[in-house]
Design a protein. Structure first.
Length: 647
């Protein structure tokens, strides 16, 4: 009997070991290779993952079997032949079943916030269209990880493939979605969109480290210098660090009081909004401000279910209260303040609106030419004009204590975001990449950004093993108040670097200098940006040479007497001639630019001159953060790229 029990225990132990081994040997797949994925059509594919060393892996797809085993490090992969567009299909990898697979075109959508900006942020322009969206042939994958990494990562922590349906569309990138829709409408194949864009990121963080040696050396040297300086300052060790949030809480008398509905504002001074309060005589550059306004609501509109409070753009962050109840907050300046009000939030007759604004440093205010209103269905109540205000905390840290708020932007380490957000995609076959980035590099010189941009394209093509991978990008849009005087421009420097990058093969550029908003780094017109990107993609990636995909691009110059004749390519049906040309600047050998006259003299040539410059050597066009007056375009109404003839 004892022997029987021992034998049974031994058998049970062996079974447990066997089952445990099966659990440990379970194949693992990257998050990209999952339900709902889109695989690149008409190209060899790789399916890969991880398992225990030596583990056998069987991939079954479209009636064929592909067998391999994991290597000593636990990595495995199989190669699939090119497959035509179609689906949905099912794939099996050992015991894992991957469902709803489509074969189509896969695009990596990368860069910073203008590529990341979600659909819900652009509803002012596209609400009806978005409400009708329901296309399961457009799929979107957005990894959630947002930190940079010192080493290349092999997978994302989170992320799923989502179809473009009403359930999901608000969380799509607006530019990615409109781009995918443009391609789907034209080519009628499934479109996969992988969006790894992150707001506020510099180009250095996106280039792989083996292409970034000089930048890594600079970064490491700067970090070592900073550490060394801190180490030589022991006398500051005991000096208290200025704690912005703590000082704000300690010095703002309105906290917990003025947000309530019964605050007495009878002695508060008035200020006209929108606008910057420092322009209106209120000297607060760090701290908090309170703004109060009363408005009337008719009885018939009080219980509207679609009541929305629009508070434009506020610099820097706000907390907004209506009739003593909190209705919304935004923690930084760029997102629009769109606060949906619950039924009962409004009262018949007088309503009290209170906004607390926090300013870590700089010039605070309510940005002009944005909506400040209460929307009640088709009715609007204007909230601009006279408000009451009270300074909350006016903070002035002592010398050496440091300023308030802030900290560095996301992904400032060279290659950090490549490691965490691009490397996990390596191996997933792409049709190409679209890119929108540069705002975070506007302090950089043209030559440096140009070199980094070319390195980024080369590094990605090398890593993806797609040496001719199409790479199409958006040039930076217009921003800030236009200058009437000749001026330098950091944004123009980056635009010039982007234009020069067209020398790299299989690249394209969408000019957007007519699509921006002077008061918003995140312009809403993402559909037209997507259309222009898609036109360039048609030319670069789909070899459609019938489409006129670009406006005029500077090609060459010739000095004739006291003028310069410019030649352009990409003129389509020809340069548009039915307007007086503006936006040209001309300089001689002294480099001093003057506004210039310009006329079209042929299908692709323009003559430029100024009576103030007798021996011209250089031309610049649209050289401003916001080149609002520049109007060169082709007959297809596509704007010319800004440029300088300076080498």
């Amino acid at each position: 009997m004892k022997s029987l029990r021992n034998n049974l225990a031994l058998v049970l132990f062996v079974l447990i070991l066997s089952y445990s081994g099966q659990l440990n040997a379970t194949v693992k797949l990257p998050r990209l290779i999952s339900n709902g994925m889109v695989l690149q059509r008409d190209a060899p594919l790789k399916i890969w993952g991880w398992a225990d060393p030596g583990e056998k892996v069987l991939v079954e797809f479209l009636g064929k079997k592909y067998q391999t085993k994991a290597d000593k490090q636990g990595n495995w992969k199989v190669e699939l032949p090119a497959i035509a567009a179609g689906g949905p299909y099912i794939m099996k990898v050992n015991e894992i079943e991957i469902k709803d697979i489509l074969m189509g075109d896969v695009w990596l959508c990368s860069g910073q916030s203008n590529m990341e900006l979600m659909v819900y942020r652009v509803l002012d322009l596209y609400q009806k269209e978005i409400e009708q969206t329901n296309n399961t042939n457009i799929r979107y994958f957005k990894p959630s990880i947002r930190t940079d990494s010192q080493t290349p990562q092999n997978d994302f922590k989170e992320g799923v493939w989502l179809p473009a349906t009403q359930e999901n569309i608000m969380n799509f990138s607006s530019l990615s979605y409109f781009f995918g829709d443009q391609l789907y409408q034209k080519y009628k194949v499934p479109i996969g969109l992988i969006n790894n864009a992150i707001g506020g990121t510099a180009i250095e963080s996106w280039v792989s480290e083996d292409f970034m040696k000089s930048n890594m050396d600079k970064w490491n040297a700067a970090k070592a210098k900073s550490d060394s300086i801190r180490a030589t300052r022991p006398s500051t060790a005991n000096q208290p660090r200025f704690n912005f949030n703590a000082e704000l809480a300690k010095n703002d008398p309105g906290l917990g009081k003025w947000s309530k509905g019964d605050v007495n504002t009878s002695d508060w001074p008035q200020i006209s909004l929108p606008g910057y309060w420092s322009d209106k005589g209120v000297d607060v550059r760090m701290g908090s401000m309170w703004f109060y306004k009363e408005f009337d609501v008719p009885d018939s509109l009080v219980n509207k279910k679609d009541a929305v409070l629009r508070m434009g753009r506020i610099i820097e962050s706000d907390s907004t209260f209506l009739n003593g109840k909190f209705v919304g907050t935004i923690s930084y300046q760029y997102p629009p303040r769109i606060y949906k009000l619950p039924v009962g939030a409004l009262k018949a007759g007088k309503n009290k609106l209170m906004v607390r604004v926090i300013l870590p440093n700089g010039k605070g205010g309510f940005v002009e030419e944005k909506p400040y209103e209460l929307r009640l269905g088709s009715q609007k109540i204007d909230l601009t004009g006279q408000w009451k205000y009270h300074i909350g905390a006016n903070l002035k840290p002592a010398m050496g204590q440091g300023g308030g708020g802030g900290g560095g932007g996301v992904g400032t380490r060279p290659s950090g975001l490549y490691n965490s957000l691009t490397n996990p995609i390596i191996g997933y076959r792409l049709k190409g990449t679209i890119w929108y980035q540069g705002e975070s590099n506007t302090g950089m010189q043209t030559e440096e950004y140009h070199r980094l941009f070319k390195d980024l394209i080369s590094s990605w093509r090398t890593k993806f093993n797609q040496p001719d991978m199409p790479f199409v990008f958006a040039q930076l849009a217009n921003l800030n108040v236009p200058n009437k005087q000749v001026t330098e421009s950091g944004i123009a420097n980056i635009r010039e670097a982007q234009r020069r990058t067209l020398e790299v093969s299989n690249t394209g550029m969408a000019v957007t200098t007519d699509l921006g908003e002077w008061n918003d780094i995140h312009p809403l017109n993402k559909k037209e940006v997507a259309r222009r990107l898609a036109m360039e993609v048609s030319r670069v990636a789909y070899q459609d040479n019938t489409v006129i995909s670009s406006g005029p691009l500077y090609d060459s110059m010739e000095v004739i007497d006291n003028s310069i004749v410019l030649s352009f390519k990409s003129v389509g049906s020809g340069l548009f001639t039915n307007s007086l040309l503006d936006g040209f600047q001309i300089a001689g050998s002294d480099g001093k630019f003057e506004w210039a006259n310009a006329v079209v003299i042929s299908n692709n040539k323009i003559k430029v001159w100024s009576k103030k410059v007798t021996n011209p050597t250089i031309i610049r066009y649209a050289w401003d953060d916001n080149p609002a007056f520049a109007n060169l375009k082709n007959k297809e109404d596509l704007p010319a790229s800004p440029f300088t003839t300076k080498k």
